[in-house]
Design a binder for this molecule. Sequence first.
Ligand SMILES: [Fe+2]
Length: 224
Amino acid sequence: MKRLNLLLLLSICFSLISYGQFKQTPLPYDYKALEPYIDSTTMYIHFNFHHAAYTNNLNKALEKYPELYKKDVTELFKNLNELPTDIQTAVRNNGGGYYNHSLFWTMMAPAGSTKMSAKLEKALTASFGSVDAFKTAFENAAMTRFGSGWAWLVKEPSGKLTIYSTANQDNPFMPDSKVKGTPVLALDVWEHAYYLKYQNKRAAYVKAFWSVVNWAEVEKQMGM
Ligand SMILES: [Fe+2]
């Protein structure tokens, strides 16, 4: 009984310690759900090690400023330059890694489970000339990002849709981002996202991504 009480006390202490910290939302599908385009081992490692590390490191960096756990992480990005200087880099890199991956998981779905609606097709055609032209421009952003980073489709405050890419774990909320707005499609082009299956063939991974894009989520992010 004493042992049970001790375990209960410890579990309450741990939950109090972690209260309010940033947490990973479980994947909305199985690790193998995106096969053969994204392999299950990559998904497992990417979610449980890479994304988990960014999340843990963000929480650790904010330990001195626990009031920041209550903020929406995108607010931390928008006010990056006003944050205490000793955590700005950690919020940029680990906060970016936490948020970008959380968004990325929702941007994918099992192949064939969602379809681009006529409404979305119309919006992409109006912005880029055609859906094919949109895809080519997005692939180009993903391919020309030197080193590690992300390709984005961003809805700017004016409503304009813009494709661009950022280095490392930067994103369109950060003050020095050349394009600012809400990311409505995201693609991780860090090697850890594709190396096991595609090795150095980033182009093959980028092409494969189209088979698992969650078009319903893109529409949701666009507010359609
Ligand atoms: Fe990643």
